[in-house]
Design a protein around this ligand. Structure first.
Ligand SMILES: [Zn+2]
Length: 73
């Protein structure tokens, strides 16, 4: 079965609306990422992410859409 850590999240950049992709492994490794489109810093709520990863364990096809995304500067 699929490795959850390598599951890829897709979400929209809250700044430019571009599609972003990040694996759970990468999100766990660093608390923030940078949009490849507009280079804004995006902070992922890792507590939510832990829950999300758990949800994915239960239903690999059903990616939660409620991951909190925040800007940071
Ligand atoms: Zn962007």
């Amino acid at each position: 079965m699929a490795d959850v850590d390598s599951h890829e999240f897709r979400f929209q950049c809250p700044n430019c609306g571009g599609e972003l992709r990040q694996t759970i492994r990468r999100l766990k490794a660093s608390e923030h990422m940078t949009c490849s489109g507009c280079h804004v810093g995006i902070n992922i709520d890792t507590n939510r992410l832990a829950n999300a990863a758990d949800e994915i364990h239960k239903a690999i096809d059903k990616v939660p859409s409620e991951i909190t995304i925040k800007f940071f500067r």
